[in-house]
Design a protein around this ligand. Structure first.
Ligand code: NCD
Length: 292
């Protein structure tokens, strides 16, 4: 009954494409009340706007009752463990748990112990499968397919779960995948490329927020210095290919990784990503609930 979605490595290309197809069906459908009577618990142990409330909207679109969770007002404050908190929601008899947690691979301690299907909404610097799926849907809408496209992810590579999920999945889908950004945020095995080269070569440019909360100390650099070296601005945006697009998982630090005027420019698909996120999350919920 039901199945987990922890990361994209466990899905075949056919399964990934099937979730994108299902999201497209939801995007085009007027009426999709499907899971009346089901209950989903959205258990976010880290702050979140798009993922948390996007899941809530997705669940409501499917007629699922959604329960939110405030760690500050829970028995975590009485030193209850993460494991016992999740066991409790499992015992409630909910139909789905959507979990975000700062520890990489938090779900490993739950596998086999929790009956309710779990969707991973982000684990530390590990994975973020629904973000990656919505990125893929946005790219497929734009270019029709993946094979032969080039993508660069720019910014805090080492601390980004978005990069870690996208890199593997995009390569498997036949894309040429590069990363760029400050030296202290690099991961050498992830195909580094200088930003100016990347901008003239890539069809998709994904900008990223510096994950200050995952650094020992704050990365010390003035905002305008960061933008001129590693961000998108009026000068370097002109290097991009005519049909290339700008994406960002958000939250955005305007004028740091991307200047204010470019966030909603003609090349930007940033708010389209947010919209696609609702339909991807509906498809992910359907995937988790409908396993046989
Ligand atoms: C990302 C995340 O939480 O990993 N945001 C998101 O889910 N849309 C990226 C980030 O926080 O910078």
């Amino acid at each position: 009954m039901g199945r987990n979605l922890f990361n994209l490595k466990e899905l075949s290309i056919t399964e990934i494409e099937a979730i994108l197809d299902q999201a497209t069906v939801f995007l085009n459908a007027k009426n999709h009340k499907k899971f009346a009577g089901k209950i989903a618990c959205n258990l976010f142990f880290e702050p979140s706007t798009r993922t948390q409330y996007g899941f809530q909207v997705a669940e409501m679109n499917l007629d699922i009752k959604a329960i939110g969770f405030n760690p500050e007002a829970s028995s975590l404050k009485k030193e209850e463990s993460f494991y016992d908190t999740i066991k409790t929601f499992d015992a409630f008899g909910a139909d789905l748990l959507v979990i975000r947690h700062p520890s990489n691979g938090y779900y490993e301690q739950l596998a086999g112990k929790i009956e309710t299907p779990i969707i991973n909404a982000g684990d530390g610097t590990g994975d973020h499968p629904t973000q990656s799926l919505l990125d893929l849907l946005t790219i497929r809408q734009e270019f029709g397919s993946f094979n032969g496209l080039s993508v660069v992810m720019v910014g805090d590579i080492a601390h980004s779960r978005v990069v870690h999920t996208n890199f593997e999945a995009m390569k498997r889908l036949g894309m040429q995948v590069y990363t760029s950004g400050p030296e202290e945020c690099r991961q050498n095995e992830l195909n580094f490329i200088p930003l100016t080269q990347a901008l003239s070569r890539c069809d998709v440019v994904i900008m990223l927020r510096i994950q200050h909360e995952r650094h020992g100390k704050r990365l010390c650099m003035a905002t305008d210095e960061y933008n001129s070296k590693y961000g998108l601005n009026h000068e370097n945006v002109s290097l991009m290919k005519p049909n290339a697009i700008i994406m960002h998982p958000a939250p955005i630090n305007r004028n740091v990784e991307i200047i204010d005027e470019l966030v909603e420019c003609g090349r930007s698909r940033i708010f389209k990503q947010v919209k696609n996120g609702v339909f991807i999350r509906m498809a992910a919920v359907k995937y988790a609930l409908e396993a046989d």
